[in-house]
Design a protein around this ligand. Sequence first.
Ligand code: ZN
Length: 567
Amino acid sequence: MTDPAPATFRDLPYARPDLDSLARRYAEELAPAFRDAKSADAENRIIETWNGLRSNLGTSEAIARVRYKQDTKDAAAEAENAFFDAAAPRMEELEVLFARTILGSPRRSEIAERWGPQLIRILEARREQFRSEIAEAVAEEAQLGSRYTKLLAQAEIPFRGESLTLSELARPTQDPDRATREEAQRARFGYFEAHREELDEIYDRLVRLRDGMGRTLGFGGFTRLGYLRMTRTDYGPAEVARFREEIRRRVVPLAREIRNRQAKKLGLAKLLFHDEPLHDPRGNPKPVGDGAFILGEARRMYHAMHPDLGRFIDLMIERDLLDLESRKGKSHGGFCSFFPDYRVPFIFSNFNGTQHDVEVLTHEAGHAFQGYMSRDARVVDYFFPTLEACEIHSMSMEFLAWPFMERFFGEAADRFRRQHLAGAILFLPYAALVDEFQHEVYARPGLAPRERKALWLDLERRYLPWRDYGGLPFVSDGGLWQHQRHIYASPFYYIDYALAETCALQMWRKAESDRPRALEDYFEICRVGGSLPFQEIVRRGRLVSPFEEGCLAEAVEAARAWLAERE
Ligand code: ZN
C-alpha cells in the first residue's frame, strides 16, 4: 500500500485552485483527446490524468473546508470557504463534463473493467444532476448552507454566568438536576428563538431553490435529484418508505419501553423532553479523563484491537490529523474528511466532557480508518462509499470498541454499553422522522414555515409518541428539526444513519458471539471502500440488507433481550 504523505495537517500546502485554467484543460484538452481516443488504453490514460486533477481539486477544497470549520472567525479561512461555495456550480459543471465524456465512450465495458462498474454508476448519477441552467441556484444553495453553519457555530449562549457554544451547552442538558436540564434547554432553544426568522428564511429559500432545480432538470421536484446527489443507485424512495414503516412497527414499541423504563429509573411520573438526555439518576457515564486522556486511551485501544488500527491511530496523532476539542468560533458537530492527494483522513469533533466524546471519536475513527484502508483506491470516487454504507464503518466501530470501554469509563462502562445500545434503538425512529419530514417537505414545497413546523409535530406523534416538550418555547411549536444540520445542508442524508445502524446492530451481535469473524468482516468492508453500491457492500460484510423482510425485527429482538437481561 502507498505510504501517506509525511506532513502534518498544518503543513499541508494550500493554494486557491485556478478554475479557469482547469476548465480550459478539461474542455480543450482532455475531453477532445478522450473523444478522439482510438483504444481503451488511450481512454484509460486520460481518465488517469483526469483523476489526478480531480484529486488536486478535491484536496484543496477539503483543506479549505476543514480550516474554515476550525475557526469560522478567521477572515482568510472564510474567504477560501466562500470561494468554494461560489465555485460549487463550476466544479459541478467540470464533474458533469467528465461524466458525459466518459459515458459517451463506445468502450464503456472496458472502462468498467479497468475502474470498476461502480464508477459508471456514479457517473450516470452525476450526469443527471446538473445542467448549467441551475448553476446560480447551486451557488446560492451552498451560500445558504454556509450561512446556517455560521449562525450555529457562532452562538455564544449565556448560561449561569458563562458563555457557551451549542456543543458546550450539551453538557448541562444531561445534568442529573432537573432544573439545570430544563434551564439548559431553554437557553439552547432561546438562541434558536432569537434567530427564528433567519432560520425559517434560510430553509424556506433552500426548499424553493431545490424544488426549482429538480423541476428545471425535469424531475418534477427535488426528491429524485436528492437521491441522485446521494448516489443511491440500488434503491429508491419506495424501499426507504418500507424501511421507515418497519421502524414504526418494530422499533417504536421497544423505544417506548426504553423511555418508560428511563422514566421509572429517574423517578419521574412523566418523562419530559428535557429529561430525555439523562438515562440514569447518578448522571450519564462520563469519561474518567479529559480529551488528551481519551485520545491516549484510544491509541492504546486501537493497538490492542489490531496492528493495522494501531498504525492508523499513530498516523492520525503524529500527523496532527485530529481536531477534537470544542472552541469558540469552531463549527459545531463532528465529521471525517479525506485529502486525496495525501491519502490521509482528518477527524473533526467538539469534545464537551460527556460520553459523547468517546462515541464521536470511535465513530469518526471508523470513517477515517475505512478511508485509510481505501487509500489506494483507483479513483477519487472510491475513497469513501455512499453515505449509508459509510455509516456502517463508523457505527460498527462504536460497537467493536465495546470491550475497551472500562478504559474510558471505569466502573461506569457497563452503564455506558447499556445506554449506547438503548441509544441506537431510540435513534432509529428519530432518523425515520427526519427522513419522512424531508420527503413531505419536498413533496409540498409551497408549505409556509409555520406549516412545516405543524408537519413536524404531526410526524413526531407517530415516531416519538412519548415526546412531551413540557411547554418549552420554540420546540413546542415544532422547531426542533432546525437544529439538525443535515436538514439544511445535506437533504435526504439522514436515513443513511438508520440503514447503517441496522447493519451495525448485526455487527454488534456478531462481535458478541464471534469477535474474530466480526473483525474480519469489518476489515473487508473497509477495504472495499466506495468501489461497490450499498447493498453489495452489505453482502461483502456478510450482513443482511436492511431492506430485506425481517432484518430489523431480528436486530430489535436481540437488543430487547440483551437490555432486559441487564436491567
Ligand atoms: Zn458518520
